[in-house]
Design a protein around this ligand. Sequence first.
Ligand SMILES: Cc1cc2nc3c(=O)[nH]c(=O)nc-3n(C[C@H](O)[C@H](O)[C@H](O)COP(=O)(O)OP(=O)(O)OC[C@H]3O[C@@H](n4cnc5c(N)ncnc54)[C@H](O)[C@@H]3O)c2cc1C
Length: 538
Amino acid sequence: MNKISRPLAIILILIAATMHGCATTPLPQNRNTDYDVIVIGAGMGGLSAATHLSSGGMKVLLLEQHYKVGGCTTSFSRGEFNFDAALHEMSLGGGKEKALVQTIMERAGVFEKVELIRVKEQCKSVFPGFEFVQPEGEEAFFNALKKRWPDEADNLNRYRDLLIVLSDEISELRNLYLANPLEALLTKITLPLRQRTLFKYHNKTVQEVMDDFFESEDLKAVISQFWLYHGPPPSEQWSIIFLIAQYSYLLHGGWQIKGSSQALSDAYNARIKELGGTVLTDTRVTSINVTDGRVTGVDTEHGDTYTSRYVVSNADPFQTFLGLVGEKEFSGRFLRKLKKIEPSNSFAGVYLGLDVTPDFWGISEYEIFLNKSVDHQANYEAAMAGSYENGLMSLTFYTNLGDPFYAPKGKSVLTLHTYSNMSLWPEPGEEYTRQKEEMMDTLITMAEEIMPGLRDHIEVKEGMTPRTVKNFTFNQDGTPYGLNFTVEQQNRINIHTPIGGLFMAGSWTWPSHSVGMAQVSGFLAANIILNKEDGQEN
Ligand SMILES: Cc1cc2nc3c(=O)[nH]c(=O)nc-3n(C[C@H](O)[C@H](O)[C@H](O)COP(=O)(O)OP(=O)(O)OC[C@H]3O[C@@H](n4cnc5c(N)ncnc54)[C@H](O)[C@@H]3O)c2cc1C
């Protein structure tokens, strides 16, 4: 087993509770199974877990219900245009040292199979009456803010120090993962003394941090703009996840993958096969089989049963525990906790193929955020109530990456996304189609504020709603983010489960949602299993 290196430390605060204090399960005895490990679901979490397990010498079967791998990280074509279904930009994660996700991709052997494209600037934020381009890189970002808000230069310096100290403190917690239980306990007990900043902020929302540091509401709105990469609005969002992610974007940049996020999913798929693993698409798992509290394998929709010593589920926890395993295997306490979980929001949007490139409107940016107010809470509430025109929207100009994958020369693709709430969307039918058309029309009208006449240049139009995400991932409420990242829900779903040999990977579990962090979760799940096999954890 490779030792876990320092860049991985960023996640340790988040996984500490997972690693220690959870019930340990005996090593499985029966080695006479079809596979060592079955992975359910080929989203980023499942693909990553299957790859690291295969690379650790395990015999792996990955089962995916869709006809292709990727989950959210997939692409589709319409006419001459190709669209990334989800990924706007990927954070490579991690603190001051080498980027965490990059390290994990390298270990998986997929880093050399993909070409990453660095996003030029973080984004342009448009608010009523003003706009601000967030340059990429820590220095440039803070200099631009100080130039615009000179009176808040000291506050900005203090905020920057907070990001640095927090990142350092989290790095110091890495021994929570590797340490023996006594060392881990000591670290936890001394946390309030040694990780003072983390302790101070661990129960604060993003908004509380903004209010602690800054005077100007406009500045607060700009700095917290990336709240929408994590789900709940600043007034509800857990500050730690926001601050860590912001610092890592500033240090390591935002990235797309040449050929879209599907290229990353395909690279994982190819790597699993190279390592001797088996990947079956079009194969939905219908049951996780359990005997005497331990997994024994899975059944599929085709009537096949595969046996294994371990199962890693990239499916959401509701399906995994209630649907695939079954309530009878769990304690009442576990089920009550599970049923209280609040999933994050989902998306609605429209994918557009245009007969012109963005410079027709003088747009060179990759991503623009349109905010109807500097009050992010108000924008969020409007979107979630279906009043999209009073909310927020991201405009992603994929063609501005310079990757010819998306559109023929002289044409372009543009994605408009807003937040949405599954409960607003009826079952597919006439009313659903009407609402979807209306939503697409509203978003296009909003985009016309900065792209006059946009609708005259649309060659291809495809809508998506929370139901679309649900269809392709089976995630509860169509959320791609897992648990709503509020202060109250800072503990994610455990990678360990009460069922022996069953582990979780993906956005619902540690360390967090997102394309980058889902890969980290798969790596963690794989490491736990490989450590068990090595007898390091039992
Ligand atoms: C519109 C949109 C924009 C986004 N933008 C970004 C962004 O810019 N940056 C970023 O980092 N993240 C972004 N995300 C979020 C990111 O894509 C997700 O958090 C992440 O990819 C989820 O990975 P996951 O491992 O949780 O798996 P998921 O993508 O949720 O996939 C789960 C997989 O399991 C399969 N499955 C489920 N049940 C079964 C079963 N019973 N049998 C077999 N297979 C099953 C599903 O088919 C699916 O393939 C975005 C998401 C969306 C939808």
